[in-house]
Design a protein around this ligand. Structure first.
Ligand code: ATP
Length: 440
């Protein structure tokens, strides 16, 4: 299986992902995207948006503020219950999320249960634990010039509430028919007790969420359809292998406070089988909470029957970072080629940062360089994401493009000057064919 270290190292070496604030020694739980990582991330997010919003007639987009009225988090239950179990090792004073220390410990573990299991401290190996405390994961800030209890606000811990709070605005301006969905992409912030495993558990990350509003008695069929769409999206658009994707029916005792059914879609990551995304049936929990906290009705009036009711909601919730990790670990391959080992990112073409790399066989032959520039400009006009490389020798260029996942390398050589054809080398098979540039 692909090692996480290999992927982290490739990401750094080739400018995909760097540690956040690297120059100052880093900042735990934060990551910065370099030129290629930014392209990959945008390709993933744009593909998602196209698949879930643009290509459908029942989805609408919003882009809400990150800092919301704090009543939002009272209504949603986050102020009271968005907390992880924190435990401190009394020997080395390391602090950990209790349910991540050993198998069989759940998020609702009590001090007594934890002490009975008495796992070893992951840092010092001793078994002397303090009590379990609930640690709220929302980042606090103050809004305006006065720093006191009245100015407290939070960075959103999920994008979902920016959708729920705009549900009425969308209904009153777009008049959508049920069922319909509202989608949002954007940053979310969680003060994770132990950020770890590369970008998998970060303190600042990006979510892509949909709240899908349905007739209460139609929730099951809509849940099933959306779940099917999720699988289709992962396999067809993200190129994830079917056999690595698993549905986990979350038992009632482990479900979030708002959910009547949750399926976590898990993926075989290099760190093991872990949650890639979740799809939850949130009933009318959120809209009822908003009604209570705001005093405004969230009812929907059916255009045909005239009946008014509060819709129920299915929420597919995706995390961009985990999807990037799934995509990278599926694409990362080390294999023998011409007597040596090559590293190649077999990314689907729609996600690859560059679609083509163009280069002259030799950089010191002006006639080759001139012709290569022409082909480069021609391809850029058509595909935009085309790179130029005339460094090193041709073998080295291929290896570099393999590592960053460029599907095709186009080389202009002396035959090009004769018959106009170019060499096109395929990333995955390393096979070379000759084509006219118009045929690319
Ligand atoms: P976990 O149990 O792993 O902490 P969660 O169940 O709290 O995750 P949700 O609240 O359901 O996660 O968030 C929806 C999605 O957002 C997750 O499936 C994941 O893809 C992403 N996500 C959540 N927390 C993080 C994080 N700290 N870093 C990166 N992505 C995250």
């Amino acid at each position: 299986m692909t090692k996480l270290d290999d992927i982290v190292s490739l990401c750094k070496r080739r400018g995909f992902i760097f540690q956040g604030s690297d120059v100052y020694g880093g900042f735990a739980g934060t990551w910065d995207y370099g030129p290629l990582g930014t392209m990959l991330k945008r390709n993933i997010m744009n593909t998602w948006w196209h698949y879930w919003v643009d290509a459908r007639e029942d989805m609408y987009g919003v882009d809400a503020a990150i800092i919301m009225n704090p009543k939002t988090w009272v209504a949603s239950g986050h102020t009271a219950t968005f907390a992880d179990p924190l435990v401190e090792c009394l020997e080395c004073h390391g602090r950990f999320r209790a349910d991540k220390i050993a198998d069989g410990i759940t998020e609702s573990v009590t001090t007594e249960e934890f002490h009975k299991i008495n796992p070893k401290c992951p840092t010092c190996g001793k078994q002397n634990w303090g009590p379990i405390r609930k640690f709220n994961m929302m980042f606090q800030t103050h809004v305006g010039p006065i720093v006191d209890a009245t100015s407290v606000a939070y960075l959103r811990p999920e994008t979902a509430q920016g959708i729920f709070t705009n549900y009425k605005n969308v209904v009153d301006t777009i008049y959508p028919s049920l069922p319909f969905g509202i989608a949002q992409q954007g940053k979310a912030f969680r003060n994770e007790i132990s950020p770890r495993d590369f970008v998998f558990r970060s303190r600042e990350f990006e979510q892509m969420e949909i709240e899908y509003f349905v007739q209460p008695d139609k929730w099951q069929e809509n849940f099933d359809k959306l779940l099917e769409n999720c699988h289709d999206f992962f396999e067809r658009e993200m190129g994830l292998p079917k056999e690595k994707i698993h549905d986990y029916e979350v038992p009632a005792s482990d479900r979030a406070h708002y959910s009547d059914r949750t399926i976590d879609i898990e993926f075989d990551f290099p760190i093991g089988k872990e949650e890639l995304m979740g799809i939850a049936y949130r009933t009318d929990f959120d809209l009822q909470n908003i009604t209570r906290e705001s005093g405004k009705s969230m009812e929907y009036r059916d255009k045909i029957t005239g009946e008014s009711f509060t819709p129920h909601v299915i929420e597919p919730s995706f995390g961009v970072e985990r999807l990037i990790m799934a995509v990278l670990s599926s694409a990362y391959t080390e294999e023998e080629l011409d007597g040596s080992t090559r590293t190649v990112l077999k990314l689907p073409a729609n996600l690859a940062p560059y679609k083509f790399c163009v280069s002259p066989l030799l950089k010191n032959k002006p006639e080759l360089v001139k012709k290569a520039k022409e082909v480069y400009e021609q391809l850029r006009a058509k595909y935009t994401y085309v790179t130029w490389d005339d460094s090193g020798n041709i073998g080295k260029r291929y290896r570099k493009q393999d590592e960053i996942g460029t599907p095709k390398c186009v080389v202009i050589d002396f035959d090009t000057l004769e018959d106009g054809t170019v060499t096109v080398r395929d990333r995955d098979t390393a096979e070379q064919i000759r084509l006219n540039p118009d045929e690319l």
